[in-house]
Design a protein around this ligand. Structure first.
Ligand SMILES: Cc1cc2nc3c(=O)[nH]c(=O)nc-3n(C[C@H](O)[C@H](O)[C@H](O)COP(=O)(O)OP(=O)(O)OC[C@H]3O[C@@H](n4cnc5c(N)ncnc54)[C@H](O)[C@@H]3O)c2cc1C
Length: 379
């Protein structure tokens, strides 16, 4: 495919990444779905293949964009979410705001797949609206005591460390995010418990509830500036949305490949399903939307590489890629007929996963709100 954003070297990277994922992920994906997580040997293999070490910033991010799309192309949203949260969404807080000491302590192990990262933001009453965040960090000698409960934490049972948003100032829940801070909380600290929160979808994403009960966190585990989590989140969440969008682009590509193969092979009335014009046209619509979305996603990745990604662009990529994943998954399931609904069938998994893509990393409605708020129709 020809695009100004990727050159011949990028095409080689894509081929290398795709081959590595075929070696490390695809033969194990069903087992990881069944066990609900990527096992530590899986993480190490991803690390050995260099799949956890692509850059977050500058032109190196274009290689990350390729990796994220190819992770989506594996067809397993649980796996893509696990790797995306570990190597991008959680890790970005260290990349962007971590001290040299924190980066030295965590990044090399994370890149090798020896230290797994998770992101603990959401709570029972604080998802789209984080003003109601209740997890508290009380200042004590040399650090904080953290108490609270985080929900839907991807990589929850396997994580070595949680990048956690806590309320550290005087403002009570419901009064905005001013006074919130980011802490790195060691998963082995006394007072941390985690219990599986299995979802109907994203089965290998290891989604857990994580409870902090008076957990001591040393002062040097504060990420970025004290009580400035809001400012840090605004920056990191744009990056998260871009990554989620790129992952979803790959997911749509996988879904449309499967669908295309099926309608060309499956016979109805002694002809392939694709002989029916209504079928061909429906697939063509998805295909055209896919080309538009993925080229816009590449453009957004290029903007990020130049340090110019903005909230509006990131929100559009996240919204459009995840919403297209839903409509494509519906078509995929419909044209596969009952065989697509078999519990272990790929179309059923793709459909389940697609429905959560419009919620994870920010619900579609939130993306629409942000697109509306930034609507300037600049020439
Ligand atoms: C697969 C998966 C993985 C996840 N991983 C993590 C993780 O690793 N770490 C973490 O902290 N969280 C994680 N989450 C949680 C995720 O961030 C939240 O689900 C998301 O922010 C939405 O919050 P909520 O589910 O509480 O829904 P709510 O905020 O309660 O919203 C419910 C619904 O209301 C609608 N809605 C919301 N806002 C508006 C609005 N402004 N206008 C109109 N309608 C609106 C939307 O349809 C939304 O789905 C994960 C979620 C999923 C599904």
């Amino acid at each position: 495919m020809n695009t100004p954003y990727f050159d011949a070297e990028h095409r080689e990277v894509r081929a290398r990444v795709r081959a590595a994922l075929a070696r490390v992920v695809l033969p194990n994906a069903e087992a990881w779905e069944a066990s609900g997580h990527i096992p530590i040997e899986g993480w190490r293999a991803l690390g050995r293949e260099g799949l956890l070490g692509f850059g977050h910033a500058g032109s190196a991010f274009l290689e990350s964009a390729i990796l994220l799309e190819e992770l989506g192309r594996t067809g397993y949203a649980g796996i893509r979410a696990s790797v995306g949260v570990h190597a991008y969404m959680a890790l970005s807080y260290l990349e962007l705001f971590g001290t040299a000491e924190q980066r030295d302590a965590y990044l090399p192990g994370a890149r090798r797949g020896e230290r797994i990262l998770a992101l603990a933001i959401t709570e029972a009453h604080a998802g789209s609206d984080l003003r109601h965040l209740q997890t508290r960090a009380e200042p004590v000698d040399d650090g904080y005591r953290v108490s609270g409960e985080k929900h839907y934490v991807t990589n929850g049972s396997q994580a070595d460390v949680f990048v956690t948003v806590v309320r550290s100032g005087d403002k009570p829940a419901g009064k905005g995010l001013t006074g919130a801070s980011l802490l790195l909380i060691d998963a082995k600290s006394p007072g941390v418990t985690r219990s599986p929160m299995p979802l109907a979808c994203y089965r290998s994403a290891d989604v857990c509830q994580v409870t902090f009960d008076g957990v001591f966190v040393p002062a040097n585990r504060l990420i970025g500036r004290k009580e400035r989590a809001l400012m840090h989140l605004m920056h990191a969440l744009d990056f998260e949305r871009l990554c989620a969008g790129l992952l979803a682009v790959g997911g749509v590509g996988h879904c449309l490949d499967l669908l295309d193969r099926f309608v060309r092979e499956h016979q109805i009335k002694d002809a392939p399903l694709a002989a029916n014009q209504a079928v061909r046209h429906r697939l063509s619509e998805h295909d055209a939307d896919f080309e538009l979305v993925r080229h816009y996603a590449y453009h957004a990745a290029w903007l990020h590489a130049r340090g110019e990604l903005d909230t509006r662009t990131a929100s559009i990529v996240k919204l459009k890629a995840t919403e297209l994943a839903v409509t494509a998954a519906q078509t995929c399931l419909q044209y596969h007929g009952a065989r697509g609904y078999l519990a272990g069938a790929a179309p059923a998994r793709i459909y389940r996963d697609a429905m959560a893509g419009t919620i994870a990393a920010g619900a579609s409605e939130l993306m629409r709100d942000m697109i509306f708020e930034t609507n300037g129709h600049q020439p």
